[in-house]
Design a protein around this ligand. Structure first.
Ligand SMILES: Cc1cc2nc3c(=O)[nH]c(=O)nc-3n(C[C@H](O)[C@H](O)[C@H](O)COP(=O)(O)O)c2cc1C
Length: 204
């Protein structure tokens, strides 16, 4: 008989980032189950700092992708990249975000966190919130995989928080941390290498 933990590890090891999707819609019940996995993540003081904005309408995904692409283009122009390389990057970013049937913008609500007078503890508290949101994100990616969906965390909102807040009408205290593309995979993604456990672990 197989160890009941085997299927858990198999699920974790079988998840790969998926960036291209079929047009098949994701039904709301499945989406809610996946998001509910997100809210079962642990968080500092159990403050549950995660906030999700679910974009399903094509127009909403396209508008966000277009505005983020414009800012990406400006950044890359400032970096002095070749125009053709800039257009490739901008087009790829636009295609990924607008091409996913579901985009979940993952935010951290800073109002949930304790306030401190000193910068060191403020920074630690901010990081605690970010860590909780990241854990929710991982739950979502794993739940999506368990449901037969693919997903990928995209960091672009971190670079344009004001644009994302403005585009989606979010409260000022919501700090966009990333977005998760979700949908049925057009390809299964590929296994990317990992450092060996021994390279990243100190045993004392
Ligand atoms: C915080 C974070 C930010 C990421 N940002 C991006 C991104 O902007 N674009 C992208 O294509 N993938 C992004 N990824 C996905 C990683 O590239 C991917 O997880 C990594 O290459 C390992 O591959 P795997 O997820 O298939 O195991 C991000 C992942 C994390 C955790």
């Amino acid at each position: 008989m197989s160890d009941p933990a085997d299927s858990f590890y198999k699920l974790i090891e079988g998840r790969h980032s998926v960036r291209r999707f079929k047009g098949t819609p994701v039904v709301e019940g499945v989406l809610k189950r996946i998001l509910a996995a997100g809210i079962h993540a642990p968080s500092a003081h159990n403050r549950q700092p995660w906030r999700f904005v679910v974009l399903r309408a094509l127009e909403a995904r396209e508008r966000l992708a277009r505005r983020m692409g414009e800012r990406l283009r400006e950044d890359l122009e400032r970096d002095g990249l070749e125009p053709a390389a800039i257009e490739r990057d901008v087009e790829r970013s636009y295609a990924r975000i607008s091409g996913a049937p579901v985009v979940v913008v993952v935010c951290m609500d800073q109002e949930t966190m304790d306030e401190y007078p000193d910068p060191a503890r403020r920074q630690a508290e901010f990081l605690m919130g970010v860590q909780g949101v990241a854990m929710a994100g991982q739950n979502i990616l794993l739940a999506a995989h368990a449901e037969g969906l693919g997903g990928c965390w995209i960091c672009a909102p971190l670079f344009v928080p004001n644009l994302v807040r403005d585009e989606l009408g979010l409260p000022q205290s919501w700090s966009p941390q990333g977005l998760i593309l979700l949908g049925y995979p057009a390809d299964p993604g590929k296994a990317r290498g990992r450092k060996r456990l021994g390279e990243v672990t100190l045993w004392k």
